[in-house]
Write a protein of this length. Sequence first.
Length: 430
Amino acid sequence: MIERVKKAMPAGAKWFDIYHVEGRSTPVKFRNNRLHSLTENENSGLGVRVNLNGRTGFSSTNDESSIEKTVKLAAELSSFGETENFILPADTTSRFDPYDPAIESFDLQHEIASCEKVIEELTGRFPGITVDMGVTSSTGKVRLVNSSGVDISYRESYYSASLSATLVLKDGTRVETWEGSSHTKPADFLNMGAIVGDRLEMAMTGRKIESGTYPLLLPPSAFGSMLGIVISGFNAVPVWKGISPMADKKGSRVFSERLTVKDNPLIEDSPYSIPFDSEGVNVYVKDLINRGVVETFIADLKYGEKLGIAPTGNSSRGYSSLPSPSFTGIEVEAGTDIHESFISSIKRGIVAHQFIGLGQSNTITGDFSASLDLAYLVEDGRITGRIKDCMINGNIIRLLAGEIGLSSDRERKGSALLPWLWLPEVNITA
């Protein structure tokens, strides 16, 4: 297939690259406490970029019989493409193979039985609860070929489990919470039921809180949601457009000295780790924020050229899309105290697990406002019940520039490895 693309490439092309992916996945889904579907999916396709006369055209296909047409179309579309003068990498090296052969041990019947066990435990503990679950195993291969002589590939494996539970309390309050994990190989997820069950148990007791400023403790998943508002400003696209609040802050201390945030494409057991990026640029661990100082923006070849900086190994694409800068794995350096010590130190404050509306925050200024979807009142160092009908607001950049605490224990949530975040004063509207 790749050789056919090369042969069909027009004479005079300044450069070209071919991105080919193939994969197979087996998702298992439970809906409303029952097995809903079992499927097996296979997909493959390739995308072709061609640079003619300094302009780039792109086309893709998942039909092997139309490869030559795809190359021809990419060449024809180049006259409408952007002017791009960067050079494709010629010295790509594969750091590792993000594939674990243990993925082959995926046992469909075992996974179904494990899901049924989790659901049985939750329905026994909470009559009337509705549980959705999903387990997916997938394997794939990525191959990149370019006109600079690169022909490199890697295999990948992915396993994930997720659980979502909804419970209507006696007062009519609807409580929903979820948990998930992802790995490069099958992993035990039976503790998910206990984690979700404990959150629901704490939500059974309702508590009230008045408007004011309170200490706020965010578990890793909630911290990740809030941190995303800030980290999006380290992408070269908004930096080049001039809409990132970090655009003119490189080298400046903007955040607390306790905060160090890395883009890490090599996080162990993360199915999102990669050995090289989608344009063949070598990947490496880099500091986005180093002890509060803005240090690095992430860039692909295109936006690296626009900003006049070297690409950082952060190009991402599917076979049917053009590359764009993307974070590989966000890692926040841990603090010195376990998160329980933050809870025990709170006289009266909040632990917030889930938000509603945080995604509508102003990523340019860092201003945010969101409802507390699942949050608990802490009194005298102890969680005493769930609070509702509350909103949180403020500016995340200013909050992270002030006094903060980070736990020594961290969890990987998706592609991010995160501690708990403690903030001493946050505005709460009840």
